[in-house]
Ligand binder design. Structure first.
Ligand code: 0RA
Length: 639
């Protein structure tokens, strides 16, 4: 279709170009994911990703991102600047084409990477289409150029407005309030992404400033000369590591490069994060498969050649050699194919072998050259293997016992009467007293209640053996029916909704995070399938005359009060679920017609897990402060 456009008359062509952006405005969700907070933040990432592409090509060293006072965003880079010359066949400058033509985000046959690093390949034109106004300034060949747009349409020509000796691009955009329901950028969310890309592009300097507040500008700068090695050090900062040196391996070929950094800590979980062109490939893919294969093979080979595993003994499993491992696998390549439900799974088949052979040689070299580290790594993997077979025996014992007993369901579970799992839901409720209210409140035909006592075990700290012997966790596993990890079977799920219901306070947030972490580590498929939800109990009840109104936060409370300002009212603050009577609990939090459930996705879980691990680590004081600070933070509460 684009080929034909070029042959048509100029007017017609420009109409077609605008049609493309109209499509973006008509269905923004298709291009940026949503018109909520996620889509809004996507706009910033998209613009920044273009500057990152310029950095990957070797031309950009500094990026400055500013949240402006008026709600707009400015992204400045010192790359080569978007070309300003006319593009044959378009009768427009390259700047204008890049900003008005759908998917024209890539380079025009230039050097360096041809990939558009933009998430899911969405271009600057999408940001332009979804902005009330956008200004682009380019420094090139001694001149400064400026062009302005409104809702994707040029409202000025590309003009020379001054002289400069620098090169680079400045893009300032104001998201369109007609499109986005959410217009408020979150400092932490943007900062986290910028820090991530700074780690993934060693040496790149990214400054981020927020000028919106009444107080002085909030500002952070990221620059990591060690790149992903620094990333691994950061992820392991609050842990006890068992290696002196962080392993770093890289490989380059014509159309792709791979970098791997890894280090073991003395914990039980693995944190292997994979990226392709700076995009977090949450669903893994061929690079992850190559990484795992090389790791398992190399560690086993080393163990055999050094007689650590004897000839007749069995090999270490993949899970054994990943226990306690923190790793980053970063691939940069031309034309990545993204697959999977959320398009975050790398599909290019040849990348498996590339990553695998790179790591095979790099890792075996490391092990030979660092015998002290190698000894610790092998010791850890062997211990994991022993614990795994012990845990398996324990689990089999539990399973056999439960088969012998006539009812294997936990005693505390108040099950529902309907048997069709697709219609059933289970509430995991904090505390016996709230559990009691929920049992009275529920519709027993399809709602089951499982009260949980106190804080559940932190599975990040406890090994599988302890996890499986925890009563609360055993109750969850048997109630859900799916089993865990290798034995997980989604078809055995007894409910298609598992709803975490905790108090709207700091402890509740903590328990919610613990539960989510458990699901993430032991039943990630449940999150993938969208079976995990978080209930949202109200914080306030306002009684006006005989009518009750509920509010889920302070702004809503204020609104309710304002809307009814002439009448007499009583405000009740719920400190916990237990303070609501069953009727109130039903109408606010459990009635499918009126409740507001938050569905969890794997990114929420990863974010919770990361926050939980990196920031909260072992330090109790830090953890308290963090939870308190973030108790009102939507991203944290949403998990
Ligand atoms: C197309 C070609 C070239 C650079 C860029 C686009 C470019 C785009 C953006 C967007 C934000 N910052 C940017 N920096 C550069 C290559 C130009 C050349 O060969 O000189």
């Amino acid at each position: 279709m684009e080929e034909k456009d070029v042959e048509r008359a100029y007017d017609e062509k420009s109409i077609t170009v605008l049609d493309g952006l109209e499509a973006v405005r008509k269905r923004p969700g298709m291009y940026v994911g949503s018109t909520g907070a996620r889509g809004l933040h996507h706009l910033v990432y998209e613009v920044v990703d273009n500057s990152i592409d310029e950095a990957m090509a070797g031309y950009c060293k500094n990026i400055i991102v500013t949240l402006e006072e008026d709600g707009s965003v400015t992204v400045i880079d010192d790359g080569r600047g978007i070309p300003v010359g006319m593009i044959a066949g378009f009768k427009k400058s390259a700047v204008e084409v890049v900003l008005t033509k759908l998917h024209a985000g890539g380079k025009f046959g230039g050097s360096g990477y041809k990939v558009a690093g933009g998430l899911h390949g969405v271009g600057l034109s999408v940001v332009n289409a979804l902005s009330e106004r956008l200004e682009v300034q380019v420094g090139r060949k001694g001149e400064v150029y400026l062009q302005k747009f409104e809702r994707g349409k040029p409202v000025s020509k590309l003009e020379k407005i001054g002289k400069t000796r620098k090169t680079g691009t400045i893009i300032r955009f104001m998201p369109d309030a007609e499109i986005f329901e959410e217009m408020d950028f979150k400092f932490e969310t943007v900062a986290q992404r910028l820090q991530e890309v700074a780690y993934l592009n060693a040496g790149l300097r990214i400054k981020f400033e927020d000028k919106r507040g009444e107080r002085e500008t909030r500002e952070v700068s990221y620059r990591y000369n060690g790149g992903i090695v620094d990333f691994v050090a950061f992820l392991n900062a609050s842990k006890e590591t068992i290696q002196k040196r962080i392993i770093f391996v890289e490989g380059k070929r014509e159309d792709a490069e791979v970098e791997v950094a890894m280090q073991y800590n003395n914990g039980y979980i693995d944190n292997v994060f994979t990226f392709t062109n700076n995009i977090n490939t949450h669903e893994g893919g061929t690079h992850l498969i190559g990484f795992k294969a090389a790791l398992t093979r190399t560690v086993n080979e080393y163990a055999r050649s050094h007689n650590i595993i004897k000839e007749k003994e069995g090999s270490l499993s993949g899970e054994d050699v990943r226990e306690g491992l923190t790793a980053i696998v970063s691939v940069k390549m031309e034309e990545p194919q993204f697959e999977g439900q959320t398009k975050t799974k790398l599909g290019n088949p040849d990348i498996k072998g590339f990553v695998e052979s790179t790591l095979n040689s790099g890792l075996s070299e490391f092990l030979e050259e660092n015998p002290g580290d190698a000894k610790n790594i092998l010791g850890k993997a062997l211990a994991a293997g022993r614990a795994r077979s012990a845990a398996k025996k324990a689990r089999e014992l539990v399973r056999r016992q439960s088969i012998l007993e006539s009812s294997s369901l936990p005693g505390k579970l108040a099950d529902c009467s309907i048997k069709d799992p697709s219609l059933c839901e289970i509430y995991l409720v904090e505390g016996d007293s709230a559990g009691g209210s929920a049992k009275q409140a529920r519709d027993r035909s399809f709602q089951a209640i499982l009260p949980l006592r106190g804080k559940i075990l932190n599975v990040e700290k406890a090994g599988p053996a302890r996890v499986f012997s925890s009563n609360e966790i055993q109750a969850i596993i048997t109630a859900l029916g799916t089993n865990v990890r290798d034995d997980f079977d989604i078809d055995k799920a007894r409910y298609h909704k598992a709803i975490i219901m905790t108090d709207a306070d700091v402890d509740g947030a903590h328990i919610r995070t613990l539960l989510l972490t458990f699901f993430y580590r032991y039943m990630p498929e449940l999150i993938d399938e969208g079976y995990i939800y978080v209930a949202q109990p109200p914080l306030y009840r306002v009684l006006i005359g005989k009518k009750s109104f509920y509010a889920y936060g302070e702004p809503e409370l204020e609104r309710v009060i304002k809307e009814n300002n002439e009448k007499k009212k009583t405000i009740q603050r719920f400190k916990g679920l237990g303070e609501m009577n069953p009727d109130q609990l039903w109408e606010t939090t459990m009635d499918p017609e009126r409740r507001n459930l938050l569905q969890m996705n794997i990114e929420d879980a990863v974010a919770a897990d990361l926050v939980f691990n990196t920031l909260m680590g072992a330090n109790v004081e830090m953890r308290r402060n963090f939870i308190q600070e973030h108790a009102r933070d939507a991203r944290f509460l949403d998990v």
